[in-house]
Design a binder for this molecule. Sequence first.
Ligand code: FES
Length: 98
Amino acid sequence: MFRRITEPDAETVIIRFEGERLKVAAHETVAAAVLATNPEFTRTTPISGEKRAPYCLMGTCFECLMEIDGEPNRQACMMIVTDGMVVKRQTGKREMPE
Ligand code: FES
């Protein structure tokens, strides 16, 4: 569904999604980087466990909530990747760290 268009001389960073090493353009959002891998889903809903993935990519639907660098409930479409970032699917309801 999604295809990554790479600029040959674009700066890249390395992130991990569910343990998989991804080399992505430094200006991409986390959601765009993960969607380019064609994941089946990026989170499950708290009540039914339904599988979801980023939808609006502009910060309004909250379908892109993921665990990023150990912090749950992060809007992946609103965050730019950084080198060494660790991204995981979010399962159900997650508590916010204090
Ligand atoms: S994809 Fe809709 S808020 Fe992130």
